[in-house]
Write a protein that binds this ligand. Structure first.
Ligand code: OXD
Ligand code: MN
Length: 597
């Protein structure tokens, strides 16, 4: 076996940590224990070991230096919402949108599954930080895992290693994360959160979203719970910096449900005439934002992550050249196609010509002629944020960036216009609470079904959604200089079902209007659902397929559709019972009144 630093040799004297590790060792019975220091030699040794064990495959060092391919078990390729639990002592505190189990019952069940699960395996102990180590806002965690893939992915996605142990010192304030692949048994797969005990236990999965415990589990589910207790917000939002030709850099945070192009917006390339006149874009984060009120009364955002865990299919030199560039070194690809001709990777949408000698995501010989997809639709790249050509200079800032605008969005064919602005903070919370997306043909099931996903947090809110909205409303009282709140919809279609807004880099045209509303003032049209641009106030220069008539269409509010929408929202709100804040009901009633005028 490869010699590894810290093997069976704890690099901390933190008694709380040692006691907890000892307990898990006794239950899971690993052959040995490896403390992860994060040093390059140690990670290199683990990469070598992972290749020897077939967990990783080294890719072409010239074309993709430091890159590896991993394949997950075919039964384990996505987050499992129906196996995800919030185990608060009282069921009502998890709320109607989360699965719940009594913590004692869940601990007993999981201890049973973990019993002897690491026999014959090594156990790795990964200290990690969400946020810059040493910053007052960082949250520290330790993930125990029996997966080298997890260790190496955590080394990309988080700041990790010895410096985190030093920052934790003797404190008991760290998230206790336990992960074991066990037997990858879907029937016994559990992603369990114990927010009251700062603990996460994930068993029987090896898929990133379920097992990289810093991301969805800590930075959203537990952090949202702590944010409520401590007076801040943990949100499923990208953070984007926009520099205008005057050299002013403004920041926006934006929440969208899955499959709405969050990573694309976070790294967009401005239209050519914007580039020429000096517009620039800086990516601070593509998935998670922690938002706090600063001493100056503004809302400040940090991205607690250190890398991107992005969906590969559809990423290409046109849709997201920055993301593609980000994956060119030190990246782990999961469940993509392997091009046997040059030992590189491929996925649907990367290039027009699929490789002719290739293995599909399951490792089977594959050609595009088979009619089957080569890469799994949820195949991923795990890439260091510092690789991103447009990464913000504030990425490692401990205080974060001040937010001018919060943007909500979804995928709606007709209802939502291209953009509208909430009338004030409370109305903005209402707008976030009614977020929804229509299902597309890309997913199984009926097309056009509306799925509510408030603030894009439905799968990620670690407590009762009604309390979460109440917390948002309270935050408004604490922020003296509140960001303005907007809703966007890049997915309006015409009667033939074709998208009428070009999207991608051209979304900057809408962001420009949003920032003008926030900082310089431009008149807006007062509509029943909010404030909207005058046709002509969004730059459509050099857009071949968009004219004033199309802009008019994009900026139309169909009152009849919105009346139906309000009825649907009432039904949706009923789920939350008496924890639905009255203020949201008031916003709904006020919207209805405006629609009926
Ligand atoms: C993600 C998700 O992987 O939201 O970021 O599912
Ligand atoms: Mn996400």
């Amino acid at each position: 076996m490869t010699a590894i630093f810290g093997k069976d040799n704890p690099i901390t004297s933190n008694a709380h940590m040692l006691k907890w590790v000892d307990r898990i060792v006794k239950i899971a019975k690993p052959t040995s224990v490896v403390w992860i220091t994060g040093e390059q030699d140690q990670l290199d040794a683990l990469r070598k070991e992972a290749c020897e064990l077939g967990i990783l495959e080294k890719l072409n060092e010239e074309k993709l230096p430091g890159c590896y391919l991993h394949r997950s078990n075919p039964n384990d390729v996505a987050r499992v919402e129906d196996r995800t639990f919030i185990c608060t002592r009282k069921e009502e505190n998890a709320g109607p949108t989360n699965n719940w189990m009594d913590p004692n019952e869940m601990y007993a069940k999981l201890d049973g599954i973990l019993e002897g699960a690491m026999e014959g395996r090594e156990m790795y102990i990964v200290p990690f930080s969400m946020g810059v180590v040493g910053s007052p806002f960082a949250k520290y965690g330790v993930e125990i895992t029996d997966s080298i893939y997890v260790v190496l992915s955590m080394a990309i996605m988080t700041r990790m290693g010895k410096s985190v142990l030093d920052a934790i010192g003797d404190s008991k304030e760290f998230t206790r994360g336990v992960h074991s692949k066990v037997k990858l048994d879907p029937e016994n797969r559990y992603i369990a959160h114990f927010p009251e005990d700062n603990t996460i236990i994930s068993l029987n999965s090896g898929y990133g979203g379920n097992v990289l415990l810093g991301k969805k589990c800590l930075a959203l589910r537990l952090a949202s719970f702590y944010g409520r207790r401590e007076g801040w917000l943990a949100e499923h939002m990208l953070i984007l910096g926009i520099e205008n030709p005057k050299g002013e850099v403004r920041y926006v945070a934006a929440a969208f449900p899955s499959a709405c192009g969050k990573t694309n917006l976070a790294m967009l390339i401005p239209p050519t005439h914007y580039v020429k006149s000096g517009w620039k874009i800086y990516c601070v984060g593509d998935d998670i934002a922690w938002l706090r009120v600063g001493d100056d009364g503004r809302l400040w955002a940090v991205n607690p992550e250190y890398g991107f865990f992005g969906v590969a299919p559809g990423t290409n030199a046109k849709t997201n050249p920055n993301a593609l560039e980000t994956t060119k070194k030190n990246t782990i690809f999961t469940n993509v196609v392997k091009n046997l001709d040059d030992n590189t990777v491929w996925w649907e949408g990367l290039t027009a010509t699929p490789p002719t000698h290739a293995l599909n995501w399951k490792g089977e010989p594959w050609t595009a002629e088979s009619g089957e997809k080569g890469a799994h639709p949820n195949s991923r790249f795990t890439a260091p944020a510092e690789n991103c050509p447009c990464i913000s200079s504030e990425f490692n800032s401990t205080k974060g960036v001040p937010i001018s605008a919060i943007i909500f969005g979804g995928r709606r064919a007709k209802t939502a216009p291209l953009v509208y602005q909430a009338r004030d903070w409370n109305h903005g919370v209402f707008v976030g609470s009614i977020m929804a997306s229509e299902t597309t043909a890309a997913k199984e099931g009926a097309v056009g079904v509306v799925r509510r996903d408030p603030m894009a947090m439905l799968p990620f809110c670690g407590y009762h959604m009604g309390d979460y909205w109440a917390h948002w409303l309270d935050m408004g009282k604490k922020i003296e200089h509140k960001p303005k709140i907007f809703n966007v919809n890049w997915f309006r279609t015409n009667d033939e079902g074709k998208f009428i807004w070009p999207g991608f880099g051209d979304n900057l045209r809408v962001l420009e209007w949003i920032l003008t509303r926030c900082h310089d003032g431009v008149e807006a049209v007062d509509t029943p659902i909010g404030m909207m641009p005058h046709v002509g106030d969004i730059d459509i220069d050099h857009l071949d397929d968009v004219n004033d008539a199309i802009m008019k269409d994009l900026l139309t509010v169909d009152k009849e559709l919105w009346k139906v929408e309000m009825e649907n929202i009432k039904t949706f709100y009923e789920e939350f019972g008496d924890r639905l804040p009255q203020k949201l009901m008031d916003e709904l009633t006020a919207t209805e009144e405006r629609l009926n005028k």
